[in-house]
Design a protein around this ligand. Sequence first.
Ligand code: 5GP
Ligand code: ZN
Length: 114
Amino acid sequence: MSDCLFCKIAAKTIPAKLVHEDDQVVAFDDINPQAPVHTLVIPRRHVASMAELNEADAGLLGHLLLVGNQVAKQKGIAEGGYRLVVNTGRNGGQTVFHLHLHLLGGRPMHWPPG
Ligand code: 5GP
Ligand code: ZN
């Protein structure tokens, strides 16, 4: 999608600190980190939000989560623990409407979240 920020990051027309890329997904560090590690994992394909996915996307979704795990290992936070978050829609706190998985870690997380 031509005017989507995260599509542009995936296409490398807007710079980002990429930490992983493969044929299905791209991972890059968040520009406004909320924890010592804050990385976003996105599908290359434009999907506006989690709410658009269905059974046909189970493979993509599984891969997104597993890349989250892999980046957590790569960043050295897997053992201490981390949080994977998908904000969905307005009440979910989503601000960028290209599906993304937040990987947060490197400090204790609080519960319930705000
Ligand atoms: P959301 O609120 O939609 O779940 O998360 C959007 C995330 O994208 C936020 O954490 C925000 O800091 C991050 N973000 C917004 N614009 C950019 C950008 O241009 N580059 C990067 N790396 N992250 C961004
Ligand atoms: Zn997009």
